[in-house]
Ligand binder design. Structure first.
Ligand code: CA
Ligand code: CA
Length: 264
């Protein structure tokens, strides 16, 4: 995507998120979310509030959450890290500012450097997965595309890039021979995941890495399906990704000016 598109889209999305955030709900992991359907963490309290984000720390290979999607291909999920911000188009070349101290600052954000995301249906069958998007190591599951049309409960997994969701025969649920930036559907649509392979690439800067998954098209539970807001029509793709980026850029500007392309 061209730089001009990113930068002109961000102000619109800031307004969208601001209007939604007033009644949105952010869930924080309690303890350690498991790596199977049975040990997935259930969002609580269940309600029809929009589920804006899930935050946590990654212990083990993966964290799996049971979430309710409102359907209509409005679901998207995206993570962002300080490292991502340094790599984004339109941001200044901040590599000189990227170091461990930066990432560990309490004003900075996620320290899980290379996560992947995958969505499964209520029986654990793969829907889609992504490892890296937009030239960064952070994943995005976009709306439209492979995003579910049907409302209902699904399982969202965040896992180390070196891990793979597998079925009972340890076959990977998603293809492994594709380029990392691709959003991919399952290898076998009839296979259900039963766990994750062990990761050899856990890469925290220090200690246990934390993450935040920004969401659209999700809510905390099944009660009274949320009425789609007009702004959700903007969710063609990556509303979660761009909105998160816009929000974090705004936060970051409080600490350090971010230069933008002079042509915008
Ligand atoms: Ca876990
Ligand atoms: Ca990744």
């Amino acid at each position: 995507m061209k730089k001009i598109t990113w930068l002109t889209t961000i102000p619109v999305l800031v307004a969208v998120l601001s209007s939604n955030r007033a009644h949105a709900f952010t869930f924080t992991q309690v303890g350690d979310a498991g790596e199977t359907l049975n040990t997935a963490q259930v969002i609580s309290p269940a309600s029809s509030q929009p589920l804006d984000a899930i935050s946590g720390t990654l212990i083990g290979n993966a964290d799996v959450f049971k979430i309710y999607l409102t359907g209509g291909q409005n679901f998207s999920a995206s993570t962002v890290s300080n490292y991502t911000l340094n790599q984004l188009p339109g941001a200044i070349a901040q590599a000189e500012n990227y170091n461990a101290a930066n990432l560990l600052s309490p004003t900075k954000v996620d320290t899980l450097l290379d996560p992947a995301l995958a969505l499964f249906d209520s029986t654990g069958k793969g829907i889609y997965s992504n490892d890296n998007s937009f030239g960064s190591a952070q994943p995005t599951l976009t709306s439209a595309g492979l995003s579910p049309t049907q409302s209902g409960y699904y399982y969202l997994a965040i896992f180390n890039s070196g891990s793979l969701p597998v079925d009972a025969s340890t076959n990977p649920i998603f293809p492994t021979n594709l380029t990392q930036d691709q959003e991919i559907g399952p290898t076998n649509p009839n296979s259900s995941f039963t766990g994750f392979t062990s990761s050899s690439t856990i890469n925290p800067v220090q200690g246990i890495p934390n993450y935040t998954i920004f969401l659209t098209g999700a809510q905390a539970g099944a009660q009274a399906a949320a009425i789609p807001e007009p702004s959700s029509m903007l969710g063609i793709w990556a509303v979660g990704a761009l909105g998160a980026v816009a929000f974090l850029k705004k936060e970051k500007q409080q600490h350090k000016p971010v230069k933008f392309d002079s042509n915008v």
